[in-house]
Design a protein around this ligand. Sequence first.
Ligand SMILES: [Zn+2]
Length: 153
Amino acid sequence: MMDLLWSQNKFLGIEWHFWKVIGWLGNVAFSSRFIIQWYASEKRKQVVIPTSFWWLSLFGSLCLLSYAAFYQRDSVFIFAYAFNWIPYIRNLIIQKRSAATLVCPACSAVCSSIANFCFSCGVSLSSTAKPTPQILTRTELENPKRETRNKPT
Ligand SMILES: [Zn+2]
């Protein structure tokens, strides 16, 4: 059994060194983000992308970019991860700015306070009868049990 794990200075058949650790860290971060996103969506019964998804994407792609650029030195591999960080950082910024939410008057979907239209039914959120903006914290958004929408005040 130990021979299967450790043999000829290899663990799991991989010869480990600094760049292998960086590359595998990138792989683990990049794959785990899908499980985290799936779990968040199942919990909320709605497709959601948690903030951790973008952080894991950013960390994973930077690890893989360093591995590609400094160890593999392969142009195809480098290009695959060269520009990913731009939308990841942008999404983190948008998510931070849109943390305040309001409830759609037509379908009660929780929308971003900076959105012009409801993501769910498409109704204009800016011109029509504006609902009382209901500020929900990120914890309330990610935890459907503590959701306060439609609750009379
Ligand atoms: Zn709506």
